[in-house]
Write a protein that binds this ligand. Structure first.
Ligand SMILES: NC(=O)c1ccc[n+]([C@@H]2O[C@H](COP(=O)([O-])OP(=O)(O)OC[C@H]3O[C@@H](n4cnc5c(N)ncnc54)[C@H](OP(=O)(O)O)[C@@H]3O)[C@@H](O)[C@H]2O)c1
Length: 328
């Protein structure tokens, strides 16, 4: 029988990691089309730190956590594809830093074969983000070359493996030589330490090809150099808005290359769009998990050490994902 109360980590004020506090909360009941998942592990994402820095809000759950792996514990009306007792992972709208969370059925995927809880919990956010931005927004075509700024971020380590497995030349920038080595070991064709060199047109020429799609989580720091490295009709996709970052781009280059500069936020994306991504992941990406794409879990933390996980995230020395261990 399920418990009626659970332990959750709440954002209790705007501030540092110490504002994350473990508290009791009710176990929610699934609505139509929803599953309740008993959480085994939850991924920690940079955006959880942003949520903590902004502080509590009425707009959505004050329990961070956008991805989980666990066991289906209860199902709401009209749930078709899952039953209680199945092992799953899911993209969730907050609430992952707890023992139970509700997930939309459309955003639930099978627990990847052969992965442990931390590995399974570390897949959804990176997978949804990588697929949506490369294949939907940027319409990446077979054989096109990509550049990822932030190669060893959670999104980066997933995207390197996915795109290399699909035959794309994958170039990355990282903030240290050790991170560059890690990116190369994951299948990147070349890795540049951006603290020493810019990835601009000259760099692209040295590496033998212009870049078709850039994925950039640096809040605009690299945009001008990326534009210089871009092929005709290339696309630049931004993931991080920074703290009110403004973009300044040489317009002549945008026009000459017919470049497109865009960006997205996964959390506010409408459910039908996310559901389409989930469907693509189910058929195109999940079969690669555990073989071509291996989980890159840098460290795990107990649920009551979520503050420590946020300190590690903000120190940014890790390669890959940080994960909270919740149960079993
Ligand atoms: N728009 C979306 O829907 C979406 C979804 C997922 C993630 N993101 C964004 O993608 C980035 C990575 O997220 P994550 O959860 O994968 O975090 P993460 O694993 O900790 O990745 C962060 C790493 O990316 C690099 N980085 C580059 N620019 C950065 C910046 N402006 N701020 C912080 N780190 C930066 C850092 O490595 P170096 O030492 O190499 O600089 C850092 O270690 C974050 O900016 C996050 O907000 C956006």
């Amino acid at each position: 029988m399920s418990a009626s109360a659970q332990r959750c980590v709440f954002v209790t004020a705007a501030g540092g990691p110490e504002v994350l506090q473990l508290r009791q909360a009710p176990v929610p009941a699934p609505g139509p089309g929803q599953l309740r998942i008993r959480i085994a592990a939850a991924g920690v994402n940079r955006r959880d730190c942003n949520q903590r820095q902004r502080g509590p809000t009425q707009a959505h759950s004050n329990v961070p956590g956008l991805e989980v792996a666990g066991v289906v514990d209860a199902i709401g009306e009209n749930v078709q594809a899952f039953a209680a007792g199945q092992r799953v992972c899911a993209l969730v709208d907050g609430g992952g830093y707890g023992e139970y969370v509700l997930a939309e059925e459309a955003l639930v995927l099978p627990w990847p074969e052969g992965m442990d809880a931390a590995g399974a919990a570390s897949q959804p956010e990176a997978a949804f983000t990588a697929w949506y931005n490369f294949f939907v927004l940027a319409a990446l075509q077979p054989g096109e070359a990509v550049l990822i700024h932030g190669g060893t971020s959670g999104v980066g380590v997933f995207a390197i493996q996915l795109l290399a497995a699909m035959g794309h030349p994958v170039f990355v920038t990282c903030g240290s030589d050790a991170k560059c080595d890690a990116a190369l070991a994951l299948g990147a064709s070349a890795a540049v330490n951006y603290r020493r060199e810019r990835f601009d047109g000259a760099m692209a020429q040295r590496l033998g090809r212009a870049i078709d799609v850039v994925l950039d989580m640096s809040a605009g720091v690299h945009t001008e150099a990326s534009l210089d490295a871009l092929a005709w009709r290339g696309r630049i996709v931004h993931l991080s808005p920074g703290a009110g970052a403004q973009l300044q781009v040489p317009l002549a280059m945008v026009l000459r290359k017919e470049a497109r500069i865009t960006g997205s936020l996964m959390r506010p994306l409408p459910l039908p769009d996310k559901a389409r991504v989930a469907e693509a992941l189910r058929t195109r990406v999940w079969p690669l998990l555990g073989t071509s794409i291996r989980p890159q879990v840098a460290a795990t933390f107990a649920l009551d050490a979520a503050a420590q996980a946020h300190r590690a995230m903000e120190q940014a020395d890790h390669v890959g994902k940080l994960v909270l261990r919740v149960a079993g």
